[in-house]
Ligand binder design. Structure first.
Ligand SMILES: Cc1ncc(COP(=O)(O)O)c(C=O)c1O
Length: 385
């Protein structure tokens, strides 16, 4: 990997040199033969990544939120009832976005870091929801929601499931077809490990066929516009607008890198590194914010041992070691740290760098056995080599 960039926030992540190469190439046109070839390859790679065979996929230019807006503009209508799962910063954000779309929102809340009570979800669904909207991997707490079980509940109530997979797609198992997920979006800067700027979306053919294009909202974020122009301008310019070719080609390359590694191998790498971090952090006296069974393999969020202030720790890691991590959000602001292990960050080298730096501070407040903790974590992490 050469000189390690020490950006260990939960995305954006350090960019692989092969991907970076695309960013610094001279500008190229966002249409024409070469563009169409790579555009189509991108759609193919996305379909495999979402594991949604009969689907429309879109490499929307914009942040992850643009993906969320686009699905709502395309498939939901003012006054529709939706159930949201509100157990973290991004879950709360979903409720806010759905309200901004003039939808009737039934938010099912649970403690941050804990999954919702299925009976509460069923009760909310019985009020006639058209869909259930849920964050797969809650980046704010490092917990994963049981989307498979929730999608089944939605299906049993005649509704469809809309998943925010921003910090999980390409890092955690998410076989959309097998789990009954019919609308899903992510963001390029997380497990896909491309620069920010593309929000990939997948929607099942069934949902697109059932939605009425005449009542869909907007133009750019209305995916029926994308479908129409994909047909009309197919051979030359299959997307509605200009897209930064450098960012798009970097995204295309990052998807190739992902599929060269293999989706299963990549998910396994995240699983091993997630476990290694949790083992190491606990051994250094940190308390994880979510229980082991719901723990995310892409983000670790933890409270430091007694005597270490989270904000100060984040500043010192940066000042002393040049390592950049994030703090906790919302009601947990200032209480903990968040470490990203998404895509390029999920390596044994980063685990060692991070835990070794943290061990110094842990020792200074009396935590014992820090070297043993690092050794145990590295034994796990080594399996990812
Ligand atoms: C789970 C989740 N959803 C949504 C977003 C928003 O993504 P963006 O900032 O690309 O719009 C983030 C960003 O970290 C996220 O982690």
């Amino acid at each position: 990997m050469g000189e390690l960039s020490k950006l260990l926030i939960p995305g954006p992540v350090p960019i692989d040199p092969q991907v970076m190469e695309e960013l610094v190439k001279p500008a190229a046109p966002h249409y024409g033969e070469e563009w169409v070839r790579r555009y189509r390859e991108t759609l193919d790679m996305l379909r495999r990544l979402f594991q949604m065979k009969a689907s429309d996929v879109y490499p929307l230019a914009g942040p992850g939120h643009a993906g969320m807006d686009a699905i709502a503009f395309t498939l939901l209508r003012r006054g529709d009832r939706v159930v949201t799962i509100d157990n973290g910063f991004f879950g709360a954000r979903i409720s806010e976005v759905m309200r901004a779309h003039h939808l009737k929102v039934d938010a099912v809340s649970s403690n941050w870091g804990e999954p919702p009570d299925v009976e509460d979800v069923e009760r909310a669904m019985r009020r006639g929801a058209r869909c259930l909207v849920v964050v797969h991997n809650e980046t704010s707490t490092g917990m994963k929601n049981p989307v498979r079980e929730l999608a089944k509940v939605a299906w049993d109530h005649g509704a469809w499931t809309f998943v925010d997979a921003v910090s999980s797609l390409g890092g955690l198992p998410l076989p959309c077809d097998a789990w009954g997920i019919e609308a899903c979006f992510a963001a390029s800067q997380k497990c896909i490990a491309a620069p920010p700027g593309i929000a990939p979306i997948a929607i099942s053919k069934r949902l697109m066929d059932e939605a009425d294009p005449k009542t869909a909202q907007g133009w750019y974020l209305n995916l029926f516009t994308w479908n129409r122009l994909r047909e009309e301008w197919a051979e030359w310019h299959p997307q509605p607008t200009t897209i930064s070719t450098n960012v798009f080609y970097a995204f295309h390359r990052a998807l190739q890198v992902l599929h060269e590694e293999g989706l299963e191998a990549r998910i396994r790498r995240h699983e091993i590194i997630g476990r290694a971090y949790r083992e190491g952090l606990r051994g250094l006296g940190f308390t994880m914010f979510s229980k082991e069974e719901y723990s995310s393999n892409t983000v670790s969020s933890a409270r430091p041992p007694k005597g270490l202030d989270a904000k100060e720790l984040i500043a010192r890691l940066n000042g002393d070691h040049g390592i950049v991590i994030a703090g906790t959000l919302g009601p947990m602001r200032g209480q903990g740290i968040r470490i990203g292990h998404l895509g390029t960050q999920a390596t044994p080298e980063y685990v060692e760098l991070m835990l070794t730096a943290l061990a110094g501070y842990a020792r200074s407040v009396g935590v014992m056995g820090t070297q043993d903790a690092i050794d145990r974590a590295m034994q796990i992490a080594a399996k990812a080599r």
